[in-house]
Design a binder for this molecule. Structure first.
Ligand SMILES: [Zn+2]
Length: 130
């Protein structure tokens, strides 16, 4: 993801500035392409609306085709609140399976010889192959 877009997400939603110091997000940031920007924008908004404190981002990446978001919760957060946050995570992850990671258009799961990706028809045709 381009630096400007990552900066926008961090500016709009405080959760993206709360990285777990020992997690990959601290060093590598968003490990996915910008087609998923709108999904992360919605994720940031929905999580902010829950008004939960103490949550940190461990990792946000593409894995096995889809978006993977790993959060860390403080020990004092109730199970009910954690479930609400995990539901927001799940919504984002499920949305990624229908969204082209390259352009944000309607995509689906595609198998390459070395990996699985989510792409629309156009982006899949232009995807570099090994
Ligand atoms: Zn596309």
């Amino acid at each position: 993801m381009r630096k400007e877009l990552a900066e926008c997400l961090k500016e709009f939603f405080p959760i993206f500035s709360r990285a777990a110091k020992d997690g990959p997000f601290e060093a590598r940031g968003f490990e996915c392409d910008e087609g998923w920007y709108t999904i992360l924008d919605r994720f940031g908004r929905d999580l902010t609306l829950l008004r939960l404190r103490g949550i940190k981002v461990v990792q946000i990446k593409q894995g096995l085709g889809g978006l993977r978001i790993t959060l860390r919760y403080p020990f004092w957060l109730s199970k009910k609140k954690i479930e609400k946050a995990e539901s927001v995570v799940l919504d984002a992850e499920l949305a990624s399976y229908k969204t082209c990671e390259a352009c944000g258009g309607r995509g689906c799961r595609r198998e390459l010889t070395d990996r699985t990706i989510i792409r629309c028809d156009m982006c899949f045709k232009s995807e570099p192959r090994p």
